[in-house]
Design a protein around this ligand. Structure first.
Ligand SMILES: [Ca+2]
Ligand SMILES: [Ca+2]
Ligand SMILES: [Ca+2]
Length: 483
């Protein structure tokens, strides 16, 4: 079961008003699905990210999987091969029938094969050639029969996306506004110059939502430094072998964990999924972060640095963001992980916390998906469906007492559910703490403090865990705006 994004709820309401009727179930399903296109440079950690991505293939309409170059990888330079994706797609085909027992929304192996393309790969930042990958992106963006937003993810360079946009600018300048309205960007660093040199100057005027992540390092190669020790148990070899690598079919068996030949890591240890935050942001967990990057979700939390561009919150008030690229050496996290950095251990931990805070939840979720590859529905776990009695966005006055109810929450397996209501302090603009009465019950109460100022927000998360194996977590968020 998927929850509607806040924007979708609005859209459905508008459509219902326009047409005066309710949409059919299948139409609703389509409206709820987020559309994604990934462009990847095929690094070993992209391969790991791809396995997790395919396990969540039921969550989105996957409009394209495109191989692209980056500053690290291109044709003939540390290149995984044009067809590096094929073994993963074959392994997916083998587990697909079993995945379908858990959700009939998984895309067929043939569909995925038909939507996999080679993009711009000749050199770093190459965007001269018109490629199958760039042309596919052009086609999807220009298709006016489907106006839903599309999240374009760069797991490597932005060059193939840039090439596609240049084609649109050259051949259909009158469609640029239309295309811009549909696009959302999520970049894992800027792994070539094409965002700064082409996309920003030519498309910046359209104010496209653009998230550029550096905090992805929380689950990249240096996860052991970026994450606190209490979370390592969800990434170590013992956990990975039991939950992911062994006895879960060919897809997760192909996952490239450490093999024990690297100092500091044992056989089976999590290696890196630096690109996963790009799609983890688009998994609808109930946190409502999809169109609100500063709200925080499994893919991290971001702050608006300029126009509609969102970078990582740096825990140093004197820090000035670069005016240009946000990547490698000038991404704050990269430098803070370096030996001899001035960043304190606390700052470093805080910087990566927007992702690692959910490690137990998203790793257990990954483990459940691995089970879906081999187990029948009744023997695997599925996440709870959290429902609120109230709206997600409320207005209240200082001093007001508000009832928080998650009555109606359910679990597809009939599991016993436990509730935790907590204040997401990093995401809200109120600087103090609120007290939540009965914070471990289905119905809780919160008093809006007397010292809140008009316009400030308080973010409360209703976190629901089931008692299945592995234990799964979903959420709803209530934002209280003080009036
Ligand atoms: Ca990559
Ligand atoms: Ca369950
Ligand atoms: Ca706050």
């Amino acid at each position: 079961m998927k929850r509607k994004s806040y924007q979708t709820v609005k859209l459905l309401t508008v459509l219902a008003l326009l047409f005066g009727s309710t949409l059919s179930f299948s139409q609703k399903k389509q409206e709820q699905k987020t559309r994604v296109i990934i462009t990847s440079d095929g690094e070993i950690d992209d391969e790991c990210s791809l396995v997790r991505f395919l396990l969540y293939g039921n969550e989105w309409d996957i409009e394209g999987i495109v191989t692209s170059s980056s500053q690290y990888h291109w044709h003939g330079h540390k290149w995984a091969g044009d067809d590096w994706i094929d073994p993963s797609l074959e392994a997916y085909a083998a587990v697909y029938p079993n995945l379908m027992k858990h959700d009939s929304n998984y895309p067929s192996p043939q569909y995925l094969a038909d939507h996999t393309f080679l993009g711009n790969v000749e050199t770093e930042g190459e965007m001269e050639l018109i490629t199958d990958g760039s042309q596919h992106i052009v086609k999807v963006l220009l298709d006016e029969s489907d106006n839903r937003p599309i999240w374009l993810q760069a797991w490597g360079g932005t060059n193939t996306i840039a090439r596609a946009l240049k084609t649109i600018e050259e051949e259909h300048p009158e469609k640029m506004q239309y295309v811009a309205n549909k696009m959302r960007f999520f970049f894992i660093w800027e792994q070539d110059k094409t965002y700064q040199e082409y996309i920003r100057p030519h498309w910046g005027k359209y104010n496209i939502m653009t998230i550029i992540s550096d905090q992805f390092e929380a689950i990249a190669y240096r996860w052991k430094i970026a994450q606190p020790e209490k979370m390592h148990q969800y990434y170590d070899g013992t956990w990975m072998k039991e939950n992911i690598l062994n006895n879960h079919g060919p897809l997760t068996a192909s996952y490239k964990s450490h093999t024990g030949d690297k100092e500091g890591f044992v056989d089976g240890d999590f290696r890196s999924e630096g690109d996963s935050p790009a799609f983890m942001h688009t998994i609808l967990t109930g946190l409502g972060n999809l169109d609100n990057p500063d709200w925080g979700g499994w893919g991290g939390r971001y702050v608006k640095v300029r126009e509609n561009t969102w970078l990582d919150p740096v825990p140093d008030k004197s820090y000035e963001y670069p005016k240009g690229r946000w990547y490698g050496s000038n991404g704050w996290g990269r430098s803070s992980l370096r030996e001899g950095s001035n960043a304190t251990a606390e700052q470093r931990s805080e910087y990566f916390k927007p992702i690692w805070r959910w490690s137990d939840a998203f790793q257990n979720d990954f483990a459940a998906r691995a089970d879906w590859c081999v187990k029948p529905f009744a023997e695997a776990n599925h996440p709870p469906v959290v429902k609120l009695k109230s709206a997600n966005y409320l207005k209240a006055k200082a001093g007001a007492k508000i009832k928080l109810s998650a009555k109606g929450t359910s679990d597809p397996d009939g599991d016993v559910l436990s509730y935790t209501w907590w204040q997401y302090k990093e995401a809200d603009s109120y600087e103090g703490e609120v007290e939540i009465l009965n914070n471990a019950k289905q119905v809780a109460f919160v008093s809006v403090p007397s010292d809140v100022k008009r316009g400030q927000t308080i973010h409360l998360v209703c976190e629901v865990k089931d008692n299945g194996m592995p234990q799964l977590t979903r959420y709803q968020r209530i934002v209280i705006e003080v009036e």
